[in-house]
Design a protein around this ligand. Structure first.
Ligand code: AHR
Length: 505
């Protein structure tokens, strides 16, 4: 029997709610159809936003949303997306599927969506093909309350008060689709562009995110940080030029070219996928070690603002739309990744899964008026209790390593544990085996668990939801546990995610 040992006396760091963040790009059916259907749609909506989707995301407790890209961000000119909709520019989305972008979802619509969701806002600016003036005017348009050309234009467009901009990304993937830059060149551009991301409202400072590395590109991390920290620097009282440094990592089980099917895979691809998901821990540690050289006090957050599974598109769909199904394998990838982010919350301050609806590892899929929640949605829902909680010391005694190939081994069981402000202990546990159930005990340093609730998500490794069978895989209450002698005993089924909320009444 494996034993999850929790030391509820040892708090190890704060879990920023933004670790449970999301990303929505003008890509495929994410924004249009997935989130925004327009005021005149037959699909129930509030100011054009799908009501079913917004309700589900609120229930999942979405903390932050990143927009408008992705690669789209470095081709996006924000002024195309304001003003009367009939006069907004129609253009081709050259990056994603060559479809018409009518700019009907722009700045006002993004902030309206976030208002309805009740989440923080993360806007990604354009360095690749945009000017410093354009970026600086966008920030002025969004956040300035006084008299100025941009603030006046916002008012003319129907929004009197400024919005709250929580995070601003200065470019996206500038080592690739965002301009194919070298780290030193981008680092210098970052220094310049971020200067004009003005803090118009000191009571709500905008956190500036610098473009970080792809996967294991440590050379990029070093080069950008070296440039950003090089003299001349503003006075030390102003802190570093950046609040966050991004990291992007996608799991492609069969490599970048042959990504593999989202639903049709065997045991060995299952373990390979999970092992590749686990690899993000090494990436966090190694990038963080470089960050430590410049920022030993960990003031700069690692912002994993694109992560998740990237498989082949569903047969018959536009290859540029990146629409893929979502199985129990995605659920375990999400469970493993979120446990890792929790455990590294000293450095990881935000993470945004890619992408929220209808693109890559989505939490929601839509088809016309229909909507379904994916297994990944249920994981985010089960893990929501970790948001804003304190990470606790935990360890699984009697764990083992499993897998079908030597280079793709994973732990049998994987966990993270936190304590909420009200004293509730939150446990999230994954059984990564395709076949083997895990008899388990949860024990505590001193706590006597008298008030326990739990939920489980389980199914075959390829199990997923379809529009004909939308509840094939879903979170259900888990009651098959026994509380005895201060411990909790249960069996974690193969291929499952379990969450516990535990209190001493
Ligand atoms: O999420 C899809 C794309 O992946 C994003 O646009 C880009 O930033 C990344 O390469």
């Amino acid at each position: 029997m494996a034993k999850l040992m929790i030391n509820e006396k040892r708090k190890k760091g704060h879990i920023n709610p933004e670790i449970y963040g999301h990303f929505a790009e003008h890509l495929g059916r994410c924004i249009y159809e997935g989130l925004y259907v327009g005021e005149h749609s037959d699909i129930p909506n509030v100011n054009g936003m799908r009501k079913d989707v917004v309700d589900a995301l609120k229930e999942m407790k979405i903390p932050v949303l990143r927009w408008p890209g992705g690669c789209f961000a470095d081709e996006y000119h924000w002024k195309d997306g304001i003003g009367p909709k009939e006069t907004r520019k129609r253009m081709i989305n050259t990056h994603w599927g060559g479809v018409i972008e009518d700019n009907s979802f722009g700045t006002h619509e993004f902030f309206e969506l976030c208002r309805q969701l009740g989440c923080k806002t993360y806007v990604n600016g354009n360095v690749g093909s945009g000017t410093v003036q354009e970026m600086s005017e966008w920030v002025e348009y969004i956040t300035f309350n006084g008299v100025s050309p941009m603030a006046d234009e916002r008012r003319q467009n129907g929004h009197d008060a400024p919005w709250q901009l929580d995070y601003f990304g200065v470019g996206n993937e500038n080592w690739g689709c965002g301009g194919n830059m070298t780290p030193e060149y981008y680092g210098n551009l970052y220094r310049r562009y971020q200067t004009y991301v003005r803090q118009y409202d000191p009571s709500h400072p905008i956190r500036k995110i610098c473009c970080g590395a792809n996967v294991a590109d440590y050379f990029w991390t070093k080069g950008v940080l070296k440039t950003c920290f090089q003299a001349p620097q503003p006075g030390p009282e102003n802190g570093p030029l950046l609040d966050g440094l991004s990291l992007h990592y996608y799991v492609h089980p069969e490599g970048w070219q042959q990504k593999g099917s989202a639903t049709d895979f065997d045991d060995s691809v299952w373990y390979k996928t999970l092992a590749k998901a686990k690899y993000i821990e090494e990436l966090i540690l190694r990038h963080s070690a470089i960050m430590d050289e410049y920022d030993p006090e960990k003031k700069i957050g690692m912002i994993v603002d694109e992560w998740g599974c990237w498989f082949n598109v569903e047969p018959g769909t536009n290859p540029g739309f990146l629409y893929q199904q979502n199985t129990m394998r995605d659920a375990l990838v999400a469970g493993i990744s979120l446990n890792i982010f929790n455990k590294h919350c000293d450095r990881v301050k935000m993470a945004c899964i890619a992408q929220m609806v209808n693109v890559l590892q989505s939490v929601i899929l839509t088809e016309g008026p229909k909507m379904l929640l994916t297994p990944t949605y249920h994981v985010f829902h089960m893990y929501r209790h970790h948001q804003d909680a304190e990470l606790l010391d935990s360890y699984i005694d009697g764990n083992k390593i499993i897998g079908t190939q030597e280079e793709y081994q994973v732990p049998f069981l994987d966990e993270s544990v936190s304590v909420s402000r009200d004293g509730t202990i939150n446990v999230t546990l994954n059984n990564l085996s395709v076949t083997e159930d895990a008899p388990m005990e949860i024990s505590f340093a001193r706590l006597n668990p008298t008030d326990v609730t739990a939920a489980i998500l389980t199914g075959d490794m390829q199990a997923h939801n379809t529009f004909d069978s939308p509840e094939n895989v879903k979170e259900v209450p888990f009651t098959a546990y026994e509380v005895r002698d201060g411990s909790i005993f249960f069996t974690a089924p193969a291929c499952s995610v379990i969450s516990f909320c535990i209190k001493e009444a």
